[in-house]
Each structure stands twice: as C-alpha cells, then as structure tokens.
Design a protein around this ligand. Structure first.
Ligand SMILES: Nc1ncnc2c1ncn2[C@@H]1O[C@H](COP(=O)(O)OP(=O)(O)O)[C@@H](O)[C@H]1O
Ligand SMILES: CC(=O)N[C@@H](CCC(=O)OP(=O)(O)O)C(=O)O
Length: 257
C-alpha cells in the first residue's frame, strides 16, 4: 500500500493577509502525515506591480508576464510570499523548505508558445522531479512551492499556482497516495455565487460542463477545475476544493471522474 501525502494549494487572498495566512499555517502545521504546500500570491504581485507603475493583465486566469512583470513575480512569489510562509511554518515547528521550480531542478517548463495570445514569460510544465520531492518529504522536510518554474537555460518562468499543485500532485501520485486540496476563500464550488452555503458536494465532468454552460462556474474556477480533473485522471487519489479554514476537515466540493 502506498503511503499517504496531502498537497495543499493556497491562493492569493489567503496568503496576502497576515491573519488568514497565520490561521492557514496553524491548520497546516497540525495536519498529520506527509504533506506539501503550494502557494499562489497573484494578488500580492498585482499590488506590488501597481506600486511600481506596472499594469497587470490577466487572460483566461493567467498573467501576461512581460520582462518587467517577470521581475516582480520572481521577487514576490520566490521572495516575499515564499519566505514569509517558510518562516511562519518554522515558527510552528514545521521544518519547511521554500522551493521554486529552479531549486533542485524540481520543475522544468517550456515558455508557452504564442498562439492567439502572447503570454510572455509563462511556463508550461514539462516535468516535475517527484523523486527529489519524495526524498525531502521522507526526511521530514516539508516543501513549500512557489508558482515559478525554469526552462533549464537560465530563465525563470511564471506558472499558475493551481497548475503547479496539479502537476506536482500527478508526479507524486506515482509514489504516494495523494490527496490534493485546493483552498480558497469560499467553502467550495458554489451553485449560487451569492449564497456561500450553496456548496456543490460532488462535481463530475458532466456537471462541470453544465455549470460552465450556465455561467455558474466561471473565471479562475474554470482552470482550477480543469487542473483538478486532469489530476484525478492521472492517478491522484482524491481532489477537494474547499475553504482555507477547512483543512483536515471533510467538507467542500469533492471532484469525481
Ligand atoms: N461557481 C463558483 N463557485 C465558487 N467560486 C467561483 C465560482 N465561479 C467562479 N468563481 C470564482 O473563482 C475564484 C477562485 O479562483 P481563483 O481566483 O483563480 O482562485 P485562488 O483564490 O485560489 O487563486 C473565486 O474567488 C470566485 O470568484
Ligand atoms: C501564469 C500565472 O497566471 N501565474 C500566476 C501565479 C500566481 C498564482 O497563481 O496565484 P494565485 O493562486 O493566488 O492566483 C500569476 O502570476 O498570477
């Protein structure tokens, strides 16, 4: 039987505010068993870019990343956000290590080819070194992964954090029995955006298509769920979309094949 591993992905709104981040890190630190944290930070990057006079453009939930924006996201994700989380976890007795995809060559990507849209320095994941991560995890070191990858030729690339979580989960599913939990500010995927209690308990591909067609599932939730279904198809044991305050509890939206 494979050992269990929980991968938690936490998004922009939660990592940006000290109180919500601290609560998340508290919940994460008491989670038992092998674990790994993936963080976003899109909102922090947008705020920092704006302070530097750089406008942010999102297309289909992805940041168009020009050379100046790449500098900002590298500083914000690889520096500020990642190191705050690592220091916060260390303070709670969790032996965390912060990693971008370049560290230990853990995630290689290729610059997204220009088709209709030029996303700039955005990386599509080519491979995740699951063995390197498993070695750390088995030694009791908890990887904290930033949404940055590299191309092996010296270039950092910006990669959506939901994708980092999905691809990392897929790779680690070859070694562990992986549960992937996407945490965000709502209690789960909602059937009515104005009703926080309208959580859809189980979401299948058919239901997903139906809700997208009706405009109920939209914006950043579409790529998040595409990543979730793709992870399940690739052997990840369980995928859940839930609130940050629900880590370790059995609530939220369960994704099914
Ligand atoms: N049906 C839905 N249920 C919940 N959230 C939804 C739904 N449709 C769209 N959304 C939006 O998706 C957002 C989550 O996606 P995103 O912002 O990419 O996540 P994250 O906060 O993890 O970065 C929510 O904040 C919400 O505005
Ligand atoms: C290419 C791309 O879109 N990268 C994302 C990475 C950060 C992210 O995904 O942050 P959240 O999880 O907080 O949204 C971005 O720069 O916004």
């Amino acid at each position: 039987m494979q050992e269990k591993l929980t991968i938690i992905k936490v998004g922009g709104k939660i990592v940006e505010e000290a109180d919500t981040l601290n609560q998340l890190l508290d919940d994460f630190s008491v989670l038992t068993g092998y674990k790994l944290l993936v963080h976003g930070g899109g909102r922090s990057a947008t705020h920092m870019a704006s302070r530097l006079g750089i406008e942010s453009t999102m297309v289909n939930g992805r940041r168009v990343t020009d050379a100046e924006t790449l500098k900002v996201v590298t500083m914000v994700y690889g520096g500020l956000v990642n190191k705050n989380i690592v220091a916060g976890l260390q303070a709670k007795g969790v032996n965390a290590i912060g990693l971008t995809g370049a560290d230990m060559d853990v995630i290689r990507s290729v610059k997204r080819p220009v088709k209709d849209i030029d996303y700039g320095f955005v990386g599509d994941v080519e491979r995740v070194d699951a063995e390197a991560l498993a070695t750390l995890i088995r030694r009791g070191v908890i990887p904290v992964m930033a949404p940055l990858t590299h191309d092996g030729k010296g270039h950092i690339l910006n990669t959506n954090a939901d994708t980092i979580a999905g691809e990392t989960a897929k790779a680690l599913a070859q070694i562990f029995d992986v549960t992937l939990v996407y945490c965000f500010e709502k209690k789960g995927v909602l059937s009515d955006e104005n009703d926080d209690d309208s959580v859809i308990p189980v979401l299948t591909p058919n239901l997903f298509r139906e809700y997208v067609g009706k405009g109920i599932i939209k914006e950043g939730m579409i790529p998040k769920l595409e990543n979730a279904f793709s992870a399940l198809e690739a052997g990840v044991g369980q995928v859940i979309i839930t609130s940050a305050s629900a880590i370790g509890k059995d609530i939220g939206t369960v994704i099914k094949k």
